[in-house]
Design a protein around this ligand. Structure first.
Ligand code: EPU
Length: 347
């Protein structure tokens, strides 16, 4: 890593981000700011404001598409600390710093037999990134357990608390991906979990893998096993998890497709739309395991794109666009990208 410390404390010039994104795309931050407490985050934002720099916030880099050069100020908030406080009726209030590893948090909860996060085991990344895409897996999403998000806002250089209902949490979406993108840095989360067993086993395969009344640890282990079977470990095979969102279509579109393929996985939503499985659509086009140059479609889960090395963001986008075109030509459904793309032109 070649970067040099600048006179301004905390600021690093020309910082390598290749190891800081799980797709291992080559990338360098023109200026990098590593914050370890809220005050550092504010200092970074004030510096960016004073200099007129745009900001890019990075966490574990597991849901990020980085260009070769990131201008402005790239900020990482490695705020540590997890506290557990007992509430009424078995409730457990958890406060967690943005820099705590998500999986480590889930493990710590399961260790205490505290329920609520076990289905979200083995999701890569840091706790602070979890609300951005409202992480979800195996029938549970962060929105089910989150109470508030604390964030530092560059508009007033202060930390604010946003209650859950103000966070705009939806399927792989939030206010942090929309209005507040590139303006705030998430510093801390508050969750309410429970000591009372509440296994969520609606995701079929999961129910088959555990006892009728499983412990939180048992559910956690089953989720880890399922994920290890299907999803590539980013430490071994660079990837960013699901590259596409599962598309939401109208009931009419779903019915049309079901006439063509009655076995198509489909999930009716409360608002009348129907969610389809992007992985299934890609798989049906015969694209699972397809490789082109540095990138490929994972051979066990077609929703995940993998980087074999030597590629760049442009190559990845071109590869993904080809998949989108093929799926569109076959099914008339447009797949939307899931990871957040950092704008190359900023700065
Ligand atoms: N399918 C295929 N072929 C494939 C992949 C999937 O036929 O290559 C079929 C499966 O057989 C199943 C359906 O598609 O009938 C759905 O597949 P799966 O249950 O594996 O889940 P997914 O919809 O592909 C979503 C999340 C995952 C999450 C799983 C489990 C999104 C974009 N992805 O995947 O999240 O782990 O459900 O809940 O919603 C992530 O976001 O990075 C991620 C891994």
């Amino acid at each position: 890593m070649s970067s040099r410390q600048n006179a301004v404390s905390g600021l690093v010039i020309d910082h390598d981000l290749s190891d800081a994104n799980t797709l291992a795309l080559p990338s360098r931050a023109e200026r990098f700011w590593h914050a370890r407490v809220e005050r550092d985050v504010i200092d970074g934002l004030e510096l960016a404001n004073a200099q007129g720099w745009p900001i890019t916030v990075v966490g574990g880099g597991s849901n990020l598409l980085l260009p070769p050069a990131v201008g402005g100020l790239t900020l990482r908030a490695d705020i540590e600390g997890t506290t557990f406080r007992a509430g009424d009726g078995g409730a457990v209030h958890v406060e967690v710093g943005a820099g705590v590893g998500w999986h480590a948090l889930v493990d710590a909860c399961v260790e205490r037999e505290v329920w609520g996060l076990e289905n979200l085991a083995l999701i890569p990344g840091l706790a602070g990134a979890a609300p951005i895409q409202n992480i979800g897996a195996y029938g549970v999403e962060l929105a089910d357990v989150i109470d508030w998000v604390e964030l530092a806002d560059r508009r007033d250089s202060r930390v604010h608390r946003l209650e859950r209902d103000a966070c705009g949490l939806g399927y792989r979406d939030s206010i942090f991906k929309q209005e507040l993108a590139d303006r705030v840095v998430i510093t801390r989360l508050g969750l309410t979990l429970s000591t009372r067993p509440r296994p969520q086993l609606d995701y079929g395969v999961l129910r088959d893998r555990v006892a009728t009344t499983p412990s939180a640890r048992e559910v956690f282990e089953a989720v880890c096993a399922i994920r290890r079977e299907k999803l590539p470990d980013p430490a071994l095979t660079p990837n960013a998890g699901s590259f596409f969102k599962n598309p939401l279509v109208t009931e009419a579109t779903a019915s049309r497709l079901l006439r063509q393929a009655p076995d198509m996985p489909h999930y009716p939503q409360p608002n009348g739309q129907v969610k389809l499985a992007a992985g299934w659509l890609i798989d049906q086009c015969g694209l699972k395991g397809r490789r082109k140059g540095a990138f490929g479609v994972h051979d066990r889960q077609a929703l995940v794109l993998v980087h074999f090395g030597g590629g760049t963001l442009d190559g990845l986008i071109a590869f993904a666009d080809e998949l989108v075109d093929i799926v569109h030509a076959r099914f008339g459904v447009v797949l939307e990208r899931e990871p957040r793309r950092v704008d190359a032109s900023r700065g």
